[in-house]
Ligand binder design. Sequence first.
Ligand SMILES: Nc1nc2c(ncn2[C@@H]2O[C@H](COP(=O)(O)OP(=O)(O)OP(=O)(O)O)[C@@H](O)[C@H]2O)c(=O)[nH]1
Ligand SMILES: [Mg+2]
Length: 207
Amino acid sequence: MSTLQIITNNPALFIKLIPPVLMSECFCLQEEEERGKRQVLVLGLDGAGKSSMLMGLTPGESAAKRGRCRPTRGFNFMSLNAPACQLDFLEIGGGEDLRRYWSDYLRRTHVLVYVVDSSDRSRLPLAKDELHRLLTVEPQLPVVVLGNKQDKPDAVSVSELREALSLGSVTETRKLFLLAAQLGSDGALRNSCRGLDAFQDVLLQLV
Ligand SMILES: Nc1nc2c(ncn2[C@@H]2O[C@H](COP(=O)(O)OP(=O)(O)OP(=O)(O)O)[C@@H](O)[C@H]2O)c(=O)[nH]1
Ligand SMILES: [Mg+2]
C-alpha cells in the first residue's frame, strides 16, 4: 500500500463550502466504485485516536509525529492504494460541535470505522449513544469498531467494550467487527501501532 495524500482542513469552512448535499451531487458512489475507489468514513469521539490511525496507515510517518496528533478541527483525508482498490479515508473531527455533521457523510461511504478510546471509561456511554445514532441512520452499512488505547492500564477489555457499546444488540444482518488496537501514545509504546494489520485486512474484505 502507498499513501497518496493527507490533507487537513478547517471543518467549519469545509462544511460551509461543501455541504454534504452539494457533495452528493458531484460525488456519485457508484462512479467512484467503477473507478476502483472505496470510501471509508472514520468517526469517534474527540481524542479517540482517529488521526493516529490514519497516520499509522501512512507509510513513513514517524511514531513521534503520531504522538503529536492535534485535535482535528475539520477533517482529514487520506488515500491508500491497495492491490485491488484505492481506499479513501475521511475523518471528521470528534468534537461536540462537529458530531452533528457526522451522519451527513454516511450515505457516501462503503464502511464506517468507529474509533473508541478504551480507557475513557466515563465517556463510553456517550460513545455508545453516538455510535447507535449512526447505526440507525444507515442500517446496512458495514462497521468496524476499533477499541483503541489498549496499552493504557485503565483500558477496558474487548469483551467489556462489546458490552459497554451494546454491540450485542446490533442486528445480525449487519457486518460488524470489533478490533483491539493501540495506535500511538506519548510513552514508550508509541513505536507500536498494533492492530493495524488486522484492521487493514478486515477493511479490504468489507469494501
Ligand atoms: N496511549 C495511547 N495514546 C493514544 C493512542 N492512540 C492515540 N493516542 C493519543 O491520543 C491523543 C488523541 O489522538 P488523536 O488521533 O488526535 O484523536 P482523534 O480521534 O483524531 O481526535 P479528534 O481529532 O479531536 O476528534 C493523541 O495524543 C494520541 O497520541 C493509543 O493507542 N494509546
Ligand atoms: Mg483527529
